[in-house]
Write a new protein. Structure first.
Length: 248
């Protein structure tokens, strides 16, 4: 067991931070002694690690509390998401470093740069392209509102959201042998449904339309096929079962 002082030194945070996390219900001590001292066990170490990972990704404490408070919160799945998000940050930072190096060389006269090359690593061009395509398939105002919501997120949170989505699909692939109607798969669909709230909140019939789109739209289908050739169809069956259960 660790005292507040010992845990703060171990994790590199201040005792005041741990007191604050306790006060808002984010990280409660494993027990409180008769002397009023807080004591933290191994489970608390893992929880604090998760909190610090999410903070590193720029996610507000209130959002972290909601994420970690979910009944289906999966530590291993969260760690995979953190790794994916951090790797994406590394790749983006490496692109920015390359841009800096290329600009230095350009200013020194040792190479030439196109106008677009000045901004490698900054662009949200891909997101804009997806939004334009989505407006052709769904209600334009809904898509525009979703796009405005997405743009309002800080870069680190965008990376975390995308990593969380990828982790959901990876967990779905792992659970495919259990069947589309299995409890585990239905739990993953529920995670996907909550994940959609980062963008917009679809109704049940719209969930079915999304799942159909994953199969019927070539670009979406190609993305799913890269992960697993049977994922798109399995996902549709799982969503159908989820919607049917919700309508009962």
């Amino acid at each position: 067991m660790f005292t507040v002082k010992q845990l703060s030194q171990l994790a590199g945070v201040t005792p005041r931070t741990l007191h604050h996390y306790d006060a808002i219900g984010l990280l409660k001590p494993s027990r409180v002694g008769e002397n009023g001292y807080r004591y933290y066990g191994e489970e608390s170490l893992l929880q604090l690690q998760q909190i610090l990972f999410y903070r590193e990704l720029g996610i507000p404490l209130e959002d972290i509390k909601k994420i970690m408070g979910r009944r289906d919160f999966d530590v291993l799945g969260a760690l995979r998401s953190h790794k994916e998000a951090l790797q994406k940050q590394v790749r983006r930072l490496n692109r920015l470093i390359d841009t800096v190096d290329n600009t230095i060389d350009h200013l020194k006269g040792s190479n030439s740069m196109s106008n677009k090359a000045y901004f490698e690593g900054f662009s949200e061009e891909e997101q804009e392209k997806y939004a334009a395509e989505a407006e052709q398939m769904y209600d334009p105002e809904t898509v525009r509102e979703s796009n405005r919501k997405w743009k309002a997120y800080p870069a680190a949170k965008k990376e975390a959201i995308l990593a969380e989505g990828k982790a959901i699909y990876m967990d779905m692939i792992a659970a495919m042998p259990k069947g589309a109607s299995s409890q585990e798969v239905q739990g993953i669909v529920a995670r996907w449904r909550r994940h959609m709230d980062y963008f917009w909140t679809p109704k049940l019939d719209q969930l079915l339309a999304l799942a159909d789109g994953y199969n019927d739209e070539p670009r979406f289908k190609a993305n799913f096929d890269k992960m697993h050739p049977a994922l798109a169809e399995f996902f549709r069956e799982a969503v159908k079962a989820y919607v049917a259960n919700q309508k009962k």
